[in-house]
Design a protein around this ligand. Structure first.
Ligand SMILES: NC(=O)C1=CN([C@@H]2O[C@H](COP(=O)(O)OP(=O)(O)OC[C@H]3O[C@@H](n4cnc5c(N)ncnc54)[C@H](OP(=O)(O)O)[C@@H]3O)[C@@H](O)[C@H]2O)C=CC1
Ligand SMILES: N[C@@H](CC=O)C(=O)O
Length: 346
């Protein structure tokens, strides 16, 4: 039986996963026994399609490329058009909802409701949307468990780089006492370009065109995106109950290309650093630009690459480095959750 998927939201990340499934669907079936079938795509402005026997995703992508919407997807018997996100989740025959709408840094909505509706309908939810995990992790995890379904979200921190699964699996048995890292691809890309002389606004435009930035890039440059990742790491990896209001936050908007170049002359680099620290039993989080000297492991992490160090009491510090954002990379994060779901592993 195929593993049937609803795509709720269909922007860059949705396209990333769709392209991966088209390119290596047969291989995934042969290698892992995972047979993924997209039965719905529901996007606010691009439109909505559902077919219980599956959509032709090449045709969906072709329509989007040509028209920017799925309106001209060919009619076939059984095709349903126009369902909104909630109708799709409640009425489709999918097993799993892929929640890839924008991250709302104020309320986490409508994604929190998308997750709740999925669980109550007996569907798993896999997301890269940080809102539900940062604001309602415990409640959603409990609801998923109550309904016997899975809640997976590897791509919420560092896209396809396993910043959550690695500490939760390979580092287990350690006490992780602190986490520190560069956790935003957009700003790290911008700071790297600004070090080379590019102006702030040009660097932001490039990061947006490469698919790294949030729908509203204020979230990236003002540090909200990293704040959410800090809360997720604290609560999911360190078992804390950190709230977004508890986290000190400062973004990169006060840094200019001149600041970056001046620092470089002194063999230093400005980086936007997220931290989670255990301060005598109280877990604290912060986000702010820090001036790192060359001997710091994070100083030369450039472009959209991110890196995070987990301070572990048994294994010592372990640093993970890889893509922090990007279309295929984040599509892959969804894929790895889906494969682990099929294997019944975390
Ligand atoms: N891009 C990246 O590198 C990474 C992104 N993420 C997260 O993944 C998620 C998706 O990112 P990305 O694809 O880049 O973002 P995009 O902004 O490209 O896509 C989000 C899509 O969701 C749609 N949408 C918004 N609200 C609704 C709704 N209520 N119902 C249906 N569709 C809706 C938007 O519609 P429209 O535009 O048509 O209005 C848009 O097409 C975000 O939450 C982001 O934070 C996480 C890690 C990395
Ligand atoms: N906008 C984010 C995307 C991933 O979470 C970033 O730039 O890191």
């Amino acid at each position: 039986m195929p593993h049937k998927l609803d795509f709720i939201g269909f922007g860059g990340v949705g396209r990333g996963l769709a392209e991966i499934l088209l390119e290596r669907g047969d291989w995934l079936k042969e290698t892992f026994g995972s047979d993924f079938l997209v039965v719905s795509v529901s996007d606010l402005y691009k439109g909505s399609l559902h077919h219980p026997d599956g959509l032709d995703m090449q045709k969906v992508l072709d329509c989007l490329k040509k028209d920017g919407t799925v309106e001209n997807y060919p009619d076939t018997q059984g095709l349903v058009r126009g369902w909104d996100s909630i109708e799709t989740i409640t009425q489709s025959n999918a097993d799993t909802v892929i929640e890839i709408t924008f991250t709302n840094v104020e309320t986490g909505q409508p994604a929190i409701d998308h997750c709740k509706t999925s669980f109550k309908a007996g569907k798993n939810a896999v997301l890269t949307n940080k809102g539900p995990v940062a604001l309602a992790y415990k409640e959603l995890q409990a609801l998923a468990q109550e309904n016997g379904v899975r809640f997976l979200f590897e791509g919420t921190v560092m896209s396809g780089t396993p910043a959550l699964r690695m500490p939760l699996t390979s580092l287990s048995g350690n006490r992780i006492t602190s986490i520190k890292g560069i956790m935003n691809g957009t700003t790290n890309y911008m700071l790297t370009q600004m070090e080379q002389g590019m102006e702030y606004s040009e660097a932001l435009k490039e990061a947006q065109s490469r698919g790294y930035a949030e729908a509203d890039p204020t979230s990236d440059v003002e540090g909200y995106d990293v704040l959410y990742k800090v809360v997720i790491l604290a609560n999911v990896v360190m078992g804390a109950d950190l709230k977004k209001e508890d986290v000190e936050r400062q973004g990169i908007t006060s840094l200019s290309a001149e600041d970056m170049q001046q620092a470089k002359k002194e063999n230093k680099h400005w980086k936007l650093i997220g931290r989670v620290e255990n301060d005598n039993g109280t877990i604290k989080g912060s986000v702010k630009p820090e001036l790192l000297s060359e001997d710091d492991a994070l100083a030369n992490v450039g472009g959209a690459v991110n890196a995070v160090t987990y301070e572990c009491d048994l294994s010592g510090p372990i640093t993970l480095m890889g893509a922090g954002a990007g279309v295929p990379e984040t599509g892959f994060a969804l894929l790895i959750d889906l494969i682990n779901m099929d294997r019944n592993t975390i």
